[in-house]
Design a protein around this ligand. Sequence first.
Ligand SMILES: Cc1ncc(COP(=O)(O)O)c(C=O)c1O
Length: 368
Amino acid sequence: MRMVQTLETPSLLLDYQKLVMNIKNIADFAEDQGISYRPHIKTHKSVKIAKLQLEAGAVGVTCAKVSEAEVMAAGGINDILIAYPISSPDKIKKIVDLLQQGVHLKVSVDHTESLGYLQQGLEQSPFTLEVWIKVNSGLNRCGVEPGQEAVLLAKAILSHSKLKLGGIFTHAGHSYAAKTYEEIENIGLQEGLAVVESAKECEQAGILIPVRSVGSTPTFRVAGKIPGITEIRPGNAVFFDGIQVGLGVANTDNCAVTLLASVVGEYKDRIILDTGSKSLCLDKGAHGNQTVSGFGQIIGHPEVIIQRLSEEHGVGSLTGETKLKINDKVQIIPNHACTVVNQFEEYVVHENGKEIDVWKVDARGMVK
Ligand SMILES: Cc1ncc(COP(=O)(O)O)c(C=O)c1O
């Protein structure tokens, strides 16, 4: 097998030992807390990695999109949460198809209108669909407000014969804007409480809430400790990236995914890399995150800041002397691993820089 430094660039590299360690660390945390682990696969989009997570103890997976769920189901994964609002008839038809295949599917709901659409789509089928109520814990994206709004939706679910209420969940994506770890802790606490309090109010109204699920990579270690929480759903923590390092929830040694790039130009004040926005992505962090400066971190070369990207060029400004010259290869820790992975067909999996396998990014481009 080849050394990764000899590969054509740009290539997406995956460090096997770091991957396995990251998965184990999440699974160990869940086991220590006595709760379940349902990773979000939007980060890796790989059946193989999802199966490693299941082998490590995950109870199933989380997907954002129906098309991602279809890929996971085709790969043999049969416990799937689609954590996304679904009301359109074409998507509901696909959900019925997944139920037909025997997938234990759960779908996010946060509108009474959607319940009607789901009920209608399932009416002619022999199936009932498990739905989880999404509550807003401060991200202000989707979700009913915690407490009485969740109770009202829970009651509405009970009045739909084809729907069954399985859980309450939230995602504290606003933790990405945190400036200190204390802020992350506060957001994680609110995340856990939003779910637990909503579940409590439902149970006071006589409605059982078996699953109470939280999850973002910055907060899962806080929210997952709140009594009453039964499940965590971190996605990015399987790889980590520059944004997580900037937030202080990982260090560069934990980052399992890198891009292998070549120097294609050297000038007085800059070098040019063959990784532009079509590989490194222009992503500097969602939800107000401001922890990264450039467009990726070149390992071992702090003197180069990737300051600008065009589609196929990365412009690395020099802050000091560099030994890098044309045809040198470097590894770059991406700012946001989830978006970068979606640009590539495959991972070159390596151990200590030696290629051991090639894995497909199975759900690449699955945005439907
Ligand atoms: C509903 C939901 N759950 C879990 C996650 C995982 O978040 P992270 O990648 O921060 O771990 C996300 C991320 O977008 C999400 O939207």
